[in-house]
Ligand binder design. Structure first.
Ligand code: CU
Length: 236
């Protein structure tokens, strides 16, 4: 079996995802039940903890993230976090950011500032740093972190010369599609400068599963369709 077999499925559902449809909550204590703490950034009395649902590290591809913020050990529980990661291709080399939300808003159910990040590149010669900000009042700047590789990540990028934009399509789930019904969850972003990225919610999309080795596709596909400000759903 190769990857094309996985693409050959009779029914697919695609959801454009903005990270707002998670609902696993543990209210019995203050710890997020399904997030793992993966990083801590400190600057003076300010501390930012980064949690992930996706891995125990920052990983190439889609990362579902949460933040905790402490000032003098007092946990912050309102407002937003802004987080700007930057990839540096060597000292003095080119640098760019990645798709992240403008703000990670506080989610009282999860007791985290929640959102996502899409690490669109992995390069062992590059290094990463991020600026942390809570409510435009608390900062930790240029904090280095390490990105780990994930072999499951699937990201396609392409340039549209007419629009003068670069597009990034990121598969969130499943990491290993199977024969049969699959629900696909993905995000589409565009950028003009690799500095800021816009979530695309109004793209017209079609999906055509194709098994290259045997020269056929699958039937009963339903194209992705937008279903809410944070989701586009379709079957394929
Ligand atoms: Cu890069």
């Amino acid at each position: 079996m190769n990857k094309f077999i996985f693409i050959l499925v009779p029914v697919l559902i695609i959801i454009y995802h903005c990270g707002s449809n998670e609902n696993i909550v543990n209210n019995n204590n203050n710890e997020p039940s399904d997030y793992v703490k993966i990083f801590t950034a400190e600057s003076g009395v300010n501390k930012f903890e980064v949690y992930s649902k996706s891995s125990v590290n920052f990983i190439y591809g889609y990362n579902e993230l949460g933040f905790k913020v402490f000032i003098n050990n007092t946990e912050q529980n309102q407002g937003f976090v802004k987080w700007i990661p930057t990839m540096y291709h060597g000292i003095g080399g080119p640098s760019h950011s990645i798709p992240v939300p403008d703000k990670y808003n506080f989610d009282a159910d999860k007791n985290l500032f929640t959102g996502y990040a899409v690490f669109i590149m992995y390069d062992t010669a590059a290094f990463w740093a991020a600026d942390f900000n809570c409510n435009d009042q608390v900062y930790a700047d240029s904090v280095n972190f390490v990105l780990h590789y994930s072999s499951k990540t699937k990201i396609i990028g392409w340039d549209n010369s007419n629009l003068q934009k670069t597009f990034m399509l990121t598969l969130i789930e499943p990491s290993a599609p199977r024969v049969g019904l699959n629900t696909l969850d993905m995000m589409l972003h565009s950028t003009i400068d690799m500095s800021t990225y816009t979530e695309i919610n109004d793209a017209e999309m079609m999906i055509r599963p194709w098994m290259e080795s045997m020269g056929h596709g699958s039937s009963n596909n339903v194209d992705p369709a937008w279903i809410s400000p944070s989701q586009i759903q379709g079957n394929s």
